[in-house]
Design a binder for this molecule. Structure first.
Ligand code: NAD
Length: 278
């Protein structure tokens, strides 16, 4: 029987992933954890306050629940990472290391760790971006994701760790709020349209970025984790794609439902990050 630990379960993807996992594996078999408490939903099943950088605490949670799989969703996202480079590198690398070490020590059998489109950079071909192409990220977050991908591959090759990943695009969901990424506008814009009928967008109107609907991201992840190990040929992280759109396109769609909705475009430092992605 699988016992699954979700680290970062109070976050945008973690909360929805945990909910999908609990539907599939049962409440008691999915242990949610985060450094901050989650909403009341988390109390439906086991929840632990856990700092992924605390290896001793991580080990004891794994032992306590006989964890077999870890979904590592704790990270500092792209926009926040630019403001706190050292913390971002530390959390995004050390957290991953601690989980990879659990696999090396045979304490767990399987790991999910998401990478991102942020592994790409300004020199990457922008259309139909290939799995293996130029990866020269120029953001703190992207540099960490690329390094993380290499470590995942390394732990698989060297120690046989069953680690799997997807290069998520911007994830858009209705149930949880995003945590400081460059595609956050694509969630905020809907909330503001309903609440105030106005939104100030931090990206230019015509900034086209790859996105994915949350339920699709959860389904893709669970399917990847279900696949037999010998069918997984890429251990760093797979490209995955769904749709690409611009803030202007979303605004025009929303206006069809809320005609007096107004959007102002005031690009900030996040524009530069967005411009570097395919
Ligand atoms: P988020 O910021 O919403 O959630 C991250 C969670 O990690 C938060 O609840 C936070 O409290 C927790 N956390 C922070 N430090 C921690 C620590 N030391 N120990 C334990 N928990 C800690 O992020 P998200 O959007 O849910 O992203 C999840 C993963 O998916 C990340 O690896 C992120 O890089 C990746 N990703 C997300 C997107 C997206 O659009 N949301 C896109 C590409 C990749």
């Amino acid at each position: 029987m699988e016992r699954i630990l979700v680290i970062g379960a109070s976050g945008q993807i973690g909360a929805e992933m945990a909910s999908g996992l609990r539907q599939k594996f049962g409440l008691e078999n999915v242990i949610c954890s985060d450094i901050r408490p989650a909403g009341s939903w988390s109390e439906e099943g086991p929840f632990e306050l856990l700092d992924v950088m605390d290896r001793t605490a991580l080990n004891s949670v794994v032992e306590k629940y006989n964890v077999t799989q870890v979904y590592l969703l704790a990270a500092l996202l792209s926009a926040v990472a630019e403001e706190k480079p050292e913390l971002a590198w530390k959390l995004n690398m050390e957290g991953l290391f601690n989980v990879l070490e659990l696999a090396r020590e045979n304490k767990i059998q399987k790991i999910f760790w998401p990478s991102s489109i942020a592994v790409f950079g300004p020199t990457t071909p922008r259309e139909q971006t290939a799995q293996r192409t130029i990866t020269e990220p120029n953001t703190v977050y992207g540099i960490g994701k690329l390094a993380g991908e290499r470590w995942c591959e390394y732990y698989h090759q060297k120690y046989g760790a069953d680690v799997r990943g997807l290069r998520y695009p911007g994830i858009v969901g209705s149930k949880t709020m995003p945590g400081g990424g460059t595609t956050d506008y694509a969630v905020h814009i809907f909330h503001q349209a309903v609440k105030t009928r106005a939104y100030t967008c931090f990206l230019n109107e015509d900034t086209r970025l790859p996105m994915m609907y949350m339920p699709d991201a959860v389904r893709a992840t669970l399917e990847l984790m279900d696949a037999p190990a010998d069918r997984i040929s890429i251990r760093s992280s797979y490209n995955i794609t769904s749709m690409s759109f611009t803030p202007g396109e979303i605004a025009r769609e929303i206006k069809k439902h809320i005609p007096d909705f107004e959007v102002i475009y005031e690009p900030d430092r996040r524009q530069k990050i967005a411009d570097s992605w395919p």
